[in-house]
Ligand binder design. Structure first.
Ligand SMILES: NC(=O)c1ccc[n+]([C@@H]2O[C@H](COP(=O)([O-])OP(=O)(O)OC[C@H]3O[C@@H](n4cnc5c(N)ncnc54)[C@H](OP(=O)(O)O)[C@@H]3O)[C@@H](O)[C@H]2O)c1
Length: 173
């Protein structure tokens, strides 16, 4: 039986919170990698606030996702087939792909799986959320020991890590 891909299509632009009807799950043939590309089976999808922006038509840093197109997303997955010179089947990669089970990419980055850390750590504290908090705190905010830091949305992925970095630096919060 031919393997199919399952993907979430942006059906309509959300008004307020995202609703069930805004997205539609569809089946499509498995994509085939061309020269310089690889086929990835996605394991994790990083659902982030910026996804809501991509669903809208407001002025933003990337083109909005077009209606009827697969929803853009950052995912982590395993290379199934490779026509990319730097990657082989079994490699773990991460990058801008889509809300789908299988993606074809030529720009995903290798995930430096090491130290027996769980894979999901590279999708959170050692991934985009961790880097956003790390550089936000250490390069931009640069608090000193004894400072009081105020983190908005500190219960979230980025905010909770920013708070922990502040604690390590000796800040109160
Ligand atoms: N994650 C990344 O890689 C990344 C990269 C660059 C920039 N950013 C930006 O960093 C910010 C946080 O992202 P995140 O990944 O940490 O998101 P997140 O894990 O979804 O956390 C968002 C937090 O914001 C809170 N929140 C949402 N609406 C709120 C409101 N109206 N008033 C007060 N709190 C509210 C949520 O509270 P509840 O838990 O109660 O819903 C949640 O704790 C976003 O602006 C995002 O665009 C994130």
């Amino acid at each position: 039986m031919k393997k199919m891909n399952r993907r979430w299509i942006l059906r309509q632009r959300p008004v307020g919170d995202v609703c069930d009807d805004d997205l539609q799950l569809v089946e499509a043939p498995l994509p085939q990698p061309e020269d310089g590309e690889m086929l990835v089976r996605n394991i994790y999808l990083m659902v982030a606030p910026t996804n809501r922006v991509w669903m809208s038509q407001i002025d933003q840093y990337m083109a909005p996702v077009a209606l009827g197109e697969v929803m853009r997303g950052v995912t982590m997955g395993v290379v199934i087939e490779s026509r990319h010179p730097d990657f082989k089947p079994g490699d773990i990669v991460e990058g801008g792909m889509a809300w789908e089970e299988y993606s074809v990419t030529r720009t995903a980055r290798r995930v430096p799986v090491a130290y027996d850390l769980p894979l999901h750590a590279f999708a959170s504290v050692l991934g985009n959320s961790g880097m956003t908090a790390y550089f936000g705190m250490l390069d931009i905010a640069r608090p000193k020991a004894g400072d009081t830091i105020v983190v908005s949305a500190a219960a979230g992925g980025v905010g909770s890590i920013a708070g922990q970095i502040g604690k390590i630096l000796g800040c109160g919060w």
